[in-house]
Design a protein around this ligand. Structure first.
Ligand SMILES: NC(=O)c1ccc[n+]([C@@H]2O[C@H](COP(=O)([O-])OP(=O)(O)OC[C@H]3O[C@@H](n4cnc5c(N)ncnc54)[C@H](OP(=O)(O)O)[C@@H]3O)[C@@H](O)[C@H]2O)c1
Length: 255
């Protein structure tokens, strides 16, 4: 089978494509013939050795895929060979075949194509977890989503809107804000050219947002925290900016 390979840590451009032996599922595992794989921000961190869980080279990167079941390992009774499945792994998805524990697979629902099935789990599960489990967002509340046209951000705009929240999308260009508006954002803030704290307050009748979802970090995090209302919730999801923000703790006390 063909697979992308990381033979030494670095930027994604250093990956190569190699011909490898076909995979075989072990006990409790399933062999999946990969039809589509999604590229997520953590894939870039893993090949650069900047992720919290290291993967020693050489390895096949790729953490999210959809495909069809090709073979079952010992002790596995389903899903049946030929059925459409999707799953997430730390590495291994950027290949024609991947082997995963059966428990990590889920069925692809009727009507969902392989490309969308492959790209759903990491961004949408992260967005849902951030908004609902951690952020306790409810209908009618104002949610500010940073990096609103990115993977996690755009999923958060979509999920928050479907939960009945009013979304302020924050992003670095009008083009990106248009993407977020199409997903349901009620308002947009260009946080490069506008003051995020002031705009969040203006858009929420002076009160500030109930909830901030922040997959970006950097300088925008503190501005968003300042644009949060008292008793609001701030969910830090990731640091795509590259800088992990250092927040004055009195701001947290004030909120
Ligand atoms: N906690 C978790 O479970 C979890 C799960 C998935 C992802 N994450 C993390 O969440 C973060 C975002 O992931 P993602 O999939 O949404 O990434 P993405 O699709 O690349 O989007 C990141 C957004 O961040 C903004 N950004 C600002 N500075 C950037 C820079 N220097 N490089 C790239 N983007 C920059 C961009 O928006 P603007 O240009 O509009 O500012 C971009 O749209 C990553 O740090 C990722 O590791 C965490």
């Amino acid at each position: 089978m063909r697979a992308a390979r990381c033979t030494e840590y670095g930027p994604p451009g250093g990956l190569t494509v190699a011909e490898l032996d076909d995979l075989r599922p072990g006990p409790g595992e399933v062999l999946v013939r990969v039809h589509a794989a999604a590229v997520n921000f953590p894939d870039v961190l893993i090949v650069a050795n900047r992720y919290q869980v290291p993967a020693p080279p050489p390895f096949t990167p790729g953490s999210e895929f959809a495909g069809v079941v090709a073979a079952l390992g010992a002790g596995v009774t389903g899903p049946p060979v030929g059925s459409p499945v999707a799953g997430a792994v730390l590495t291994g998805a950027f290949a024609e075949q991947v082997v995963v524990p059966v428990a990590s697979l889920r069925q692809v629902p009727d009507g969902l194509d392989m490309v969308h099935a492959a790209a759903f789990h990491v961004t949408y599960a992260t967005a849902y977890h951030s908004l609902v489990t951690v952020g306790r967002g409810t209908a009618g509340e104002w949610a500010a989503v940073l990096g609103a046209a990115g993977g996690v951000g755009s999923a958060a705009v979509d999920v928050a809107t479907r939960l009945g929240m009013r979304v302020v999308a924050a992003a670095s260009s009008e083009e990106r804000l248009t993407v977020a508006r199409k997903l349901g954002a009620a308002a947009g803030v260009d946080y490069v050219r506008e003051d995020l704290k002031l705009r969040l307050r203006e858009l929420t009748s002076g009160e500030g947002a109930h909830l901030v979802i922040d997959p970006v970090g950097g300088r925008h995090a503190e501005a968003a925290l300042r644009g949060l209302r008292r008793g609001g919730r701030f969910v830090t999801v990731g640091y795509a900016d590259g800088e992990i923000p250092r927040i004055p703790l009195n701001l947290v006390l004030l909120k």
